[in-house]
Design a binder for this molecule. Structure first.
Ligand code: GLN
Length: 240
């Protein structure tokens, strides 16, 4: 073992963890090990003590009711998360937590769930649900493949960039072709899947930023992604 520990904080997995979002944590854990690091996972749920030392923060999606449950606690830890994001900590937030990392989510019933404003995005619940397989393109990551299921439609402000451009599916909304958002090393996305096992380039990006930030380097050991590439080809052709 290298003695080089990378700590992953998994946010609200009791209430915000659907369509296999936990796979993102498992993928980071596995790849970190393969790269010779020591992954340490800390679960954070409502009321827990927020740890001092974290390198990657991961959060998943949830029903509107799950979002209502965790919203007060999230607002409490919001300033800490914003500080860590501005200090270049890697983060990945999927769907429900992506929405709440933004300014607000106005549900279709008109309830406003306040977000922490870490991402310059606004979300509005609509009657139409956007469901199915999704493929986007990105200069940084190539094709990004996943599965979406949301009624919230998200609009990007000028402080974030889109994570990808939609080729198949809906993405952030039905009005433009953006999917997800990036701010510094924080990625927000509607893509379940799980996202990272299907998209190793995104997993490696989060790992690279985290290890460079902590140790000043990322020693790339070319991992064999042959099976993943085969699975990606099939997933990209699946009907919506
Ligand atoms: N409740 C939110 C929506 O439907 C998030 C759903 C999700 O996380 N999949 O928009």
């Amino acid at each position: 073992m290298s003695g080089k520990t990378i700590t992953i904080l998994n946010l609200y997995s009791n209430d915000m963890n659907i369509y296999g979002d936990r796979g993102n944590v498992l993928c980071l854990q596995k790849r970190l090990k393969w790269y010779g690091y020591e992954p340490r996972i800390i679960e954070y749920n409502q009321g827990d003590k927020f740890p001092n030392d974290v390198d990657i923060i991961v959060g998943g999606g949830g029903q509107d009711s799950g979002q209502s449950k965790i919203k007060a606690d999230l607002i409490k830890i919001g300033p800490k998360l914003i500080k860590l994001a501005d200090d270049n900590v890697s983060m990945l937030m999927i769907c429900g937590l992506y929405q709440l990392f933004g300014k607000f989510f106005k549900t279709s019933e008109g309830e406003i769930i306040e977000g922490i404003g870490l991402l310059d995005i606004e979300t509005f619940g609509k009657s139409e649900r956007l469901i199915g397989n999704i493929v986007t393109s990105s200069e940084l990551f190539g094709d990004i493949i996943g599965y979406e299921n949301h009624s919230g439609q998200t609009f990007l402000g000028h402080k974030v960039q889109a994570f990808g451009r939609v080729r198949i599916g809906a993405g952030n909304n039905t009005s433009d072709i953006s999917e997800g958002a990036i701010y510094k090393n924080v990625i927000g996305s509607y893509m379940h899947g799980s996202l990272l096992p299907k998209n190793p380039a995104v997993a490696d990006y989060l790992i690279e930023q985290a290890t460079k930030r902590k140790f000043g380097e990322f020693k790339v050991k070319g991992l064999d992604n042959t099976y993943t590439e085969m699975a990606r080809k099939i997933a990209a052709k699946r009907p919506r």
